[in-house]
Design a binder for this molecule. Structure first.
Ligand SMILES: Nc1ncnc2c1ncn2[C@@H]1O[C@H](COP(=O)(O)OP(=O)(O)OP(=O)(O)O)[C@@H](O)[C@H]1O
Ligand SMILES: [Mg+2]
Length: 297
């Protein structure tokens, strides 16, 4: 029997996601590019309004040929903000789009179901149908496919199973259908293994954002924010940056925030002392960066 499909659902704008988005550092250019693309994917009238304002009465090449695929791909290293940016972008985007509701659906990690014949394809179709059926007219949707290589594995790979090939075909068909029917749903597909993604899926992305470990020199605002409420000097911020520069591979954001920073708090509470830059520097020095995810050929 095929397993029921449970999509994770959130409605935006939402104050928790506004906070999450604000706490994503060092990705300003990604945020900007993503916002611009999603806006055009979702709001089919945005082009008309822009044209009315800037090129009223003229015929532009783009009038008939501007086809924007609903697919955006995020790829790159672990712990660099892919999932959190995908989950939170809908809130600032909804504000930008005049407060219209954006419905976000995330495919579950068991999207493949029980591995029965045809099950992956059926579940992909069911995910898109569910989103389509539940988004009221005039509102927008975003479908997040995290760990997307699981689903869009290259049909070329030797080990590619018939089931995977069928899954990729269905995904491509759904994307084409969205584009053709002008459905107001964007798809964000996230992967650590770009090389495992089917080229036909990669080709259909209107935007591809690569996520890398941060340049240590860019981390000062991140450290200042993490040390809010403590007395921290510019020299200590520089020392944190220098510790990061001394590591190979570099730290990802998650190493700093979910490991060194958390360990510094745990120690402070356990040893009953104040939290501050000293203990954070100490923990960061001791921490080994998580191994890089080598995926590119
Ligand atoms: N750009 C960032 N700014 C601040 N914190 C970040 C950033 N990126 C990641 N983090 C921290 O790292 C944690 C993991 O982030 P996230 O789950 O978005 O990473 P990911 O790129 O999806 O990783 P994976 O490939 O392992 O799924 C977050 O909970 C957050 O604390
Ligand atoms: Mg992730």
């Amino acid at each position: 029997m095929t397993k029921a499909l449970a999509l994770h659902y959130t409605s935006h704008p939402h104050k928790d996601y506004a906070r999450l988005y604000e706490q994503i550092f060092g990705l300003d250019s990604h945020k900007q590019q993503l916002m611009a693309m999603l806006r055009l994917i979702l709001d089919k009238d945005a082009y008309k309004r822009w044209k009315e304002k800037h090129h009223k009465g003229s015929t532009l090449f783009a009038d008939k040929s501007l086809v924007i695929s609903p697919l955006v791909i995020f790829s790159g290293d672990v712990g660099c903000g892919k999932t959190e940016l995908a989950q939170s972008i809908a809130t600032p985007l909804a504000h930008k789009m005049g407060g219209k509701t954006i419905h976000c659906y995330e495919t579950p990690s068991d999207i493949r179901g029980g591995g029965h014949v045809g099950e992956l394809s059926t579940r992909i179709t069911a995910a898109f149908d569910q989103a389509r059926a539940n988004i009221p007219k005039g509102e927008y949707g975003i479908m997040i496919i995290d760990e997307g290589d699981d689903l869009a594995t290259s049909r070329e790979q030797n080990q590619a199973h018939h089931e995977d090939r069928a899954g990729v075909n269905v995904l491509i068909k759904e994307l084409e259908r969205f584009a053709k029917e002008g459905i107001d749903i964007a798809v964000i597909l996230i992967t650590n293994r770009l090389s495992a993604l089917d080229p036909a899926v990669i080709r259909r992305a209107s935007l591809h954002l690569q996520f890398d470990r941060p340049d240590p020199e860019s981390l000062a605002p991140f450290f200042k924010s993490l040390l809010t409420g403590t007395s921290v000097s510019d020299e200590q911020i520089q020392e944190l940056v220098d510790v990061c520069k001394s590591k190979q591979p570099l730290f990802n954001f998650s190493d700093i925030r979910r490991r060194a920073f958390v360990q510094a708090f745990v120690d402070s509470v356990h040893e009953d002392r104040a939290f501050g830059p000293e203990v954070f520097i100490e923990k960061l020095k001791q921490l080994k960066p998580s191994p890089t995810f080598i995926s590119e050929p």
